[in-house]
Design a protein around this ligand. Structure first.
Ligand code: ADP
Ligand code: ADP
Length: 214
């Protein structure tokens, strides 16, 4: 299964991605996670990316595309992959098409998770993540068993630097201007699977699986 997950910040891409990759046994490729890991390790890429991420802006295409191209050639992508948060611009989508063509493979579907901006802001602001294992929680909608601690490894949870209201609002605008055109881009290729992201986490997952297996 070769899947792209599209959707505004806070729509539930990362949450659904974790469940989808478990079901289909494919790697989860999140460009946001790759950048956050680089920031944590203090790499040159991390330093460059942080400047944009903290403002809620997209990291320049040149920095993102080569990372994804490289990742797709790894052995574990042979039987499929899930791209979460990539592509985010038409330019990135075109670069992905070129790469997939060169590899002689095609996407099976582009899952577009939809939710309105009021919900997105509430979700992003209440999001808490585990720096150790990457698990995502929500203080209200998906709380950990013990307050403030990861269920998997008991690591203290933290709030992403870009999950403050003002930055989330910028990210939603950036999504509308730069990423939303991808819905039409992939719709023309007959790949778009629209999913109502307002429903509870389990329900959204069931809808996605049904859509992918149709
Ligand atoms: P994205 O990767 O699209 O930015 P996340 O998967 O990180 O979104 O979800 C954003 C926040 O909303 C997280 O705190 C997550 O726990 C919560 N969340 C995700 N999906 C749902 C849902 N269907 N209903 C309620 N809360 C959700
Ligand atoms: P969300 O889906 O909640 O916006 P992500 O973790 O996917 O969160 O992305 C966080 C930030 O990382 C983005 O706001 C952007 O600065 C950067 N980023 C992630 N993926 C890309 C991409 N494909 N192109 C450009 N910037 C990206």
């Amino acid at each position: 299964m070769r899947i792209v997950l599209l959707g505004p910040p806070g729509a539930g891409k990362g949450t659904q991605a974790s469940a989808i990759v478990k079901k289909y046994n494919i790697p989860h490729i999140s460009t946001g996670d790759i950048f956050r890991a680089n920031i944590k390790e203090g790499t040159a890429l991390g330093v460059q990316a942080k400047e944009y991420m903290d403002k809620g802006l997209l990291v320049p295409d040149e920095l993102v595309v080569s990372i994804v191209k490289d990742r797709l050639t790894k052995e574990d992508c042979k039987n499929g992959f899930l791209l979460d948060g990539f592509p985010r611009t038409v330019n990135q989508a075109e670069a992905l098409d070129v790469e997939l063509n060169a590899m002689g493979i095609k996407l099976d579907g582009v899952v577009n998770i939809e939710a309105d901006s009021q919900i997105l802001i509430e979700r992003a602001i209440g999001r808490r993540i585990c720096k150790e294992c990457g698990a995502t929680y929500h203080i209200k909608f998906n709380p950990p068993k013990f307050e403030g601690l990861c269920d998997n490894d008991k690591t203290p949870l933290f709030q992403r630097d870009d999950d403050i209201e003002e930055t989330v609002a910028t990210r939603i605008k950036v999504y509308e201007n730069q990423t939303q055109p991808l819905i039409e881009y992939y719709d023309k290729k007959g790949l778009i699977l629209n999913v109502d992201g307002i429903k509870p986490i389990d329900e959204v997952f069931n809808i996605i699986v049904k859509a992918l297996e149709k």
